[in-house]
Design a protein around this ligand. Structure first.
Ligand code: GUN
Length: 289
């Protein structure tokens, strides 16, 4: 590999290391607690991408010793039925974390359901109380994907302090909490999105560029400052002319690796970190239960 090619940030390896550490922690605590930690992943309908993410989460639970209380509910499930499921999980002492896999079918009110999860069991860090804690810089359960990005930066000693950070995307799942976490880590933060004029000029100011917008190839080499750290949160399934399907991010990986100093691959970058942080949050709630 030529020396001017970006170093890859290996989220897969770091995720495995974190999960091994969590497994040790669980083994040490289980006798005292008299039970393993528990996580309930709720999935409604049969979105194939969601089904794959949920499978990864459940597999990780099994691997590290977290009991799974997941439910796969039919597309026709009503708001009231889901509210009842969340209510009973809120009250179940065996369950430390509850996660509603997004997106939900259109007839369901996702915000109302996320609000109903008890903030102490909010393994996804999406409840307004936990978002509010993040805004105020207080400790609390943090959203998994942006927390995973911060952990990955830390592992490779990319310190956001005093750096110019640009987040492309403003979703509640990634963009907004990501910007707040970078601010908490003393970066100067710009949030750009689909309505931002001259995205290229803004992206090129970034020492740390985080892309979470869901458009394959959006970030090209001319949008990246030489020596920048580029974190690709995109997960897009594309099909080539032969009908073969691939998972790609939002960054033109081949071109950007010649400009960036650090770059995350897709798959194997941010994705596995989301799972590791979900496990981390569940174990935190278990410790405090
Ligand atoms: N859909 C895609 N990623 C996520 C995630 O991290 N959490 C939830 N709840 N839904 C998602």
């Amino acid at each position: 590999m030529p020396s001017d090619t970006a170093q890859l940030l290996d989220g897969k390896a770091l995720s495995q290391q974190i999960q091994a550490e969590l497994n040790q922690q669980i083994q040490a605590l289980q006798t005292q607690k008299g039970r393993p930690p528990g996580l309930a992943v709720l999935m409604v309908g049969d979105n194939p991408a969601s089904a794959a993410y949920v499978r990864n989460k459940e597999r990780a639970c099994t691997k590290i010793g977290i009991a799974s209380f997941g439910q796969h509910l039919s597309t026709e499930t009503t708001q009231i039925e889901l509210e009842k499921v969340i209510d009973s999980l809120n009250q179940d002492d065996l369950v430390d974390g509850i996660l509603v896999q997004l997106p939900l079918p259109a007839h369901l009110n996702a915000v109302a359901l996320l609000n109903q999860i008890h903030p102490d069991k909010d393994a996804d860090g999406l409840h307004p109380v936990n978002m509010g804690r993040l805004v105020r810089g207080e400790s609390g359960l943090r959203s998994c994907t942006p927390a995973g990005v911060m952990r990955l930066l830390q592992e490779y000693q990319v310190d956001p302090k005093g750096k110019q950070a640009v987040v492309i995307g403003r979703s509640i799942l990634v963009g907004k909490p990501q910007a707040l976490m970078l601010l908490e880590a003393d970066a100067t933060v710009t949030t750009a999105h689909s309505k931002t004029p001259d995205l290229k000029a803004i992206a090129r100011t970034a020492d740390i560029l985080i892309v979470a917008i869901g458009r394959p190839g959006l970030v090209t080499a001319d949008m990246v400052k030489p020596g920048a750290t580029v974190i690709d949160v995109g997960m897009n399934r594309i099909t080539d002319y032969e009908g073969k399907s691939y998972l790609v991010g939002d960054v033109d990986f081949n071109a950007v690796q010649d400009v960036a100093e650090f770059l995350t691959p897709v798959p194997g970058g941010v994705g596995p970190m989301t799972v590791a942080m979900l496990m981390h949050n569940t174990v935190q709630s278990y410790i405090h239960s």
